[in-house]
Design a protein around this ligand. Sequence first.
Ligand code: NDP
Ligand code: 2IT
Length: 446
Amino acid sequence: MSEYIDKILKDVKAKNPNEPEFHQAVQEFLESLEIVLQRHPEYRALKILERMVEPERIIMFRVPWMDDQGEIQINRGYRIEMNSAIGPYKGGLRFHPSVTLGILKFLAFEQVFKNSLTTLPMGGGKGGSDFNTKGKSDNEIMRFCQSFMTELCRHIGPNTDVPAGDIGVGTREIGFLFGQYKRIKNESTGVLTGKGINWGGSLVRPEATGFGCVYFAEEMLKTKKTTFDGKIVAVSGFGNVAWGAVQKVNELGGKVVTLSGPDGYIYDPDGVKGEKVDYMLKLRSSNKDAVEDYAKEYKVKFNPGKKPWDVKVDVALPCATQNEIYEADAKELLKNGCFCVCEGANMPTTIEAYNIFRDAKILFAPGKASNAGGVATSGLEMSQNSMRLPWPKEEVDKRLHQIMIRIHENCLDTAARFGAPGNYVNGANIAGFLKVADAMIDQGLV
Ligand code: NDP
Ligand code: 2IT
């Protein structure tokens, strides 16, 4: 690492202590940029990187709500408005007990460059709360969402900041949040994406992240002159992204043999297909936080406390959460013949594990490129809301597919242009960076 980049990273760590995930995301990003800074000294002169690592705005707030027993509960809410150089802040809301300021800052930082890659005009943001949806009744979730939006509504808007879902936030939560926004603001606009189909949502948005991830992986496989047909695939997670990915792998002739949750992973040698894919929706909406029930329902093996990286597969799609593939997992995957890792989640691979994949020269796609289909389809939802005209499913899916093909192309072209042919991480970081950096320069000292 150059002295300059090293200094930025040191300053980020000193200024943002106790935020290891944010440090990790910044480090992974900066490591790709060395050659860009050599070729374009203007970015350094104008302190573009120093500006990018500082969020434009952070909002933190109290979220008081009452549980079903009449007891008052207090959570913490956040919205990180990271960068608006190329459009309104855009990014999901995460409700999970592990949520901290540092986790949301890492996600908002990644989102800026992901959104840049989508080709659509969206800045980057992220928000959420340490609220735990596990074991909560629908009424409790509604009261929490209403309280959360009562504060958030003054900071967002269809041309300012447009939140969506992420871990723990699906159509149900978006509905409660949207309802409260409307009551307070007395306006019906596309202020949130991931809405229900009957009230402004876009077809294909629920499937979009998983579909997009598999479309991206399909392009990666094409570079090795192969397809998903007959491939064995490990998927982690069992949530929204995993569900979309499983459907598309099946459609393309592959077989998904694992799903995972915080409790462990299931191994289904016949493949997660047919009604088993619908069962994933039941698992997710049960608020139980576990996949073991799948093993009981379909009489397959459950491996408690383990992650699905020790199975013999061709392709791995990590779709659960950050830092779920460590160095030892990476070695295990390689040993078992895996030659393509395509991230559905945000930053599921640690830097050490990534280095192993990079050195082994297998296909590896970073989430900010390969999971961009979710937010891209959110962008398409915003377009439809502005036009007040919904597109049919085929139209949205076609646009999503084209966007993923273009992101793939852009990553490979940019990687080759900047001396790292075939390296999707460098390609994604550099391509995402250039567009945002140039927009910031055009707009003066922002
Ligand atoms: P869901 O809530 O639908 O599913 C998340 C899955 O990950 C669940 O299986 C969840 O179990 C598990 N999980 C969450 N946190 C942890 C944890 N700390 N340890 C172990 N397992 C955990 O979320 P999504 O499918 O929407 O999100 C999955 C990933 O994809 C995340 O990294 C998200 O940021 C990313 N992503 C999502 C997009 C979207 O549009 N939804 C778009 C792009 C990326 P449980 O909830 O029961 O803990
Ligand atoms: O991480 C992500 O890209 C998302 N959770 C989706 C964000 C969005 O605005 O659709």
